[in-house]
Ligand binder design. Structure first.
Ligand code: PLP
Length: 380
């Protein structure tokens, strides 16, 4: 063996372990590419017999995440992405090309609205936004070039629960693809694929990850469409990093525990705030399940409450422009998630200055209720 010099030794002394290691958890394949023994080995990869080539086009950790969420949603295929938004982009581009038309719900998450209305519109994919609470309007918006119905299982922040069976029914009558963003409901409460949706999107940044420490997305659904979405992910560079995929898989394992606790707490908080004289309205889908339906509670404070003072009085509850962590947090939709909406459209949806979205965490329910009751009391 040649005696390598110092510089060379530094690089090649770091050897990959070749022991038959059986780690309990999938290791993090924090590598941008995979090595090959010889040209035959490369040929095997291109014949589909090898595993991995380059992390942008596939990595054990990112595949693990896509496959896990697919299995949990009851879908045959899934692909993980760099964010919820890139999951939506990949999903929509799997179903639509330039010249196609989309009918989407008019109360979508602000970022999704922006993506469809501005970015995809510029690429020649036009979207008509209509209230999906009125399926007649949805049907009337369908054109000869419509390819896709796009909605969310529970909307943000007013928590309208979509009648997914009816939406899927309508889509099937017109041979349209249905894509459902299931971020708020999570597969704990709802499985749109089982109800007939073709693709299901998650911002895994939210409940799937659950700890506010990653940005990731997932598209799951029919094999053909997911294969197309995967191509978009690879070609547009929308892959998630191995480490973030690994963290997301770790979070996913406790989804049921977190959702059960967060949902129960949310329902109790919603009930408590309904009887508060300084809360004008409480939005919570009470009638969808005994246990509760989701862990977001949106309230409209009365005009007597100084909203900014209320936020300051919330003690350990932080303002954060996201949701779904294990800690209880609040957001102000008007200044964050729905900032991109034109003021008129925002008002029409009922998103005023007094509207506060609460992402309920896993603290003790009595403490959560108390912190909100006190903050309201101290800000009138
Ligand atoms: C946050 C969110 C998104 C976007 O996800 P990112 O991970 O922030 O890109 C999409 N849809 C819904 C419902 C969301 O809450």
């Amino acid at each position: 063996m040649l005696a390598d010099r110092f510089e060379t030794k530094l690089l090649h002394s770091v050897k990959k372990q070749k022991l038959p290691i059986k780690s309990k958890v999938t290791p993090i394949y924090q590598t941008s590419a995979f090595t090959f023994e010889d040209l035959d080995d490369l040929e095997r990869f291109y014949r589909g017999e090898g595993n991995y080539l380059y992390t942008r086009s596939g990595n054990p950790n990112t595949d693990e995440l896509g496959e896990a969420v697919a299995a949990i949603e009851g879908a045959p295929a899934g692909v993980a992405t760099s964010s919820g938004i890139s999951a939506i982009l990949a999903g929509v581009l799997a179903a639509c090309k330039s010249g196609d038309h989309i009918v989407a719900a008019d109360d979508l998450y602000g970022g999704s609205f922006h993506l469809l209305k501005n970015e995809l519109n510029q690429l020649g994919i036009e979207t008509t936004f209509v209230p999906f609470s009125d399926l007649q309007q949805v049907e009337q918006a369908i054109q000869s070039n419509t390819k896709l119905l796009y909605t969310e299982s529970i909307t943000n922040p007013l928590l309208r629960v979509e009648n997914l069976e009816a939406v899927v029914d309508l889509a099937k009558r017109y041979s349209l693809v249905t894509i459902v963003d299931n971020t708020f409901a999570t597969p704990y409460h709802c499985n749109p694929y089982i109800l007939g949706a073709d693709l299901v999107i998650h911002s895994a940044t939210k409940y799937i990850g659950g700890h506010s420490d990653i940005t990731a997305g997932v598209v799951v659904g029919k094999e053909g469409l997911v294969a197309k979405a995967r191509k978009k992910v690879v070609n547009l560079g929308a892959n998630v990093s191995p480490f973030e995929a690994w963290l997301t898989c770790r979070g996913l394992k406790t989804l049921a525990l977190r959702m059960k606790s967060q949902t129960q707490n949310a329902r109790k908080l919603a009930e408590a705030l309904m009887t508060n004289e300084n809360v004008e309205k409480v939005y919570y889908p009470f009638d969808h399940s005994e246990e509760g339906f989701g862990a977001i509670v949106t309230i409209e404070l009365s005009k007597k409450v100084d909203v900014n003072k209320f936020f300051r009085a919330l003690s350990w509850v932080k303002i954060i422009p996201t949701l779904a962590g294990v800690e209880t947090t609040v957001s102000h939709p008007m200044s964050t998630s729905h900032r991109a909406l034109p003021p008129k459209a925002r008002e029409a949806l009922g998103i005023t200055k007094e509207v506060v979205r609460i992402s309920v965490g896993i603290e003790h329910s009595e403490d959560i209720i108390q912190v909100f009751e006190r903050a309201i009391e101290n800000s009138v």
